[in-house]
Design a protein around this ligand. Structure first.
Ligand code: CP
Length: 308
């Protein structure tokens, strides 16, 4: 039994094995994301609880579909509808769910909730996003980059905008997969220093460059995300838009990256805020491949967690 809590807590060889299995499972479906059950049914007879304390489209559907494709069953639970939302402790919830299900995936606010769930559950727990990190997304993003351009090791990734939870997991991945990452954004929205130092300690070249044009020079991959995350107060919206307007990914900015630089966004996107439609729908964008690869990458994460 193995929890998948964060990319920086999983051994690089294990991460690589997960990506390889995701590719193999995708290839075995002839590249198609939908349709019938996988020929291989490793999750037959297994049940997963998918807990959401925040909204989701991709995470919810891709985990649900992926587990079913592998022969497993799922129950999607809203945190607000559980006793968890009415005073039952996370530890007790973890102990109880472990008597019913074989795996727990949770999307929550505080990282402490995820960690407590993992401490007390006797089945694997997977991080489906917290305020601090989003590891499943970045496993899909690494897979997507490599499908299009080959090994990501040694490449230059530029994150433009808010140094949020998705950015944090990209920084974790830089340390584990051996690529370099430049963050460009306003200082108040810098990624957490501890994540930068951890990745640097593993040999990744992590830089902060306030000028987005300088930042994207030589970039192999440009990434952005929403300017107001789910856990940010809506009252911060106007301030954040003012802080981040200069970091919009548009054609003018992409023109300074390498001509073959890919563009990624974990979605949902706010078109013409953090990214223009011309970039989202342009030839270098792989945003819908990223979304599809959530399915394949998470199927491999589930199998890894269960030792299947
Ligand atoms: N990228 C992502 O996690 O999407 P959802 O919020 O729709 O799950």
């Amino acid at each position: 039994m193995r929890h998948f809590l964060d990319i920086n807590q999983t051994d690089p060889t294990e991460l690589r094995a997960i990506i390889d299995q995701a590719r193999a499972m995708k290839d075995a479906r002839n590249g198609g994301p939908k349709g019938n059950a996988d020929a291989d049914q490793p999750l037959k007879g297994r049940m997963a609880a998918l807990i959401f304390e925040k909204p989701s489209t991709r995470t919810r559907v891709s985990f649900d579909v992926g587990i079913r494709q592998m022969g497993g069953q799922t129950m999607v639970l809203s945190g607000a509808d559980m006793q968890l939302g009415h005073g039952e402790t996370i530890a007790d919830t973890a102990r109880v769910l472990s008597r019913y299900v074989d795996l727990i995936m949770i999307r929550t606010f505080e990282e402490a909730t995820l960690l407590e769930m993992a401490e007390y559950a006797t089945v694997p727990v997977i991080n489906g996003l917290t305020n601090r990190t989003h590891p499943c997304q970045i496993m899909a993003d690494v897979m997507t980059y490599e499908e299009h351009r080959g090994p990501i090791a040694g490449k230059k990734v530029v994150w433009s905008g808010d140094g949020n939870n998705v950015c944090a997991s990209f920084i974790h991945a830089a340390g584990q997969f051996g690529f370099d990452l430049t963050f460009t954004g306003p200082e108040p929205l810098d990624p957490e220093r501890v994540f930068i130092e951890q990745a640097r300690a593993k040999g990744a070249d992590i830089r902060i460059e306030r000028d987005p044009v300088k930042a994207v020079q030589g970039a192999d991959l440009v990434v952005t995300d929403t300017w107001v995350s789910m856990h940010d107060p809506q009252s911060a919206r106007e301030r954040r838009h003012n802080q981040l307007r200069g970091y919009q990914v548009n054609d003018a900015l992409m023109a300074h990256a390498r001509p073959d630089a890919l563009f990624m966004h974990c979605l949902p996107a706010h078109r013409d805020d953090e990214v223009t439609s011309s970039v989202m729908d342009g030839p270098n964008s792989v945003v819908f491949d990223e979304a599809e690869n959530r399915l394949h990458a998470q199927k491999a994460i589930v199998r890894w967690s269960l030792g299947l």
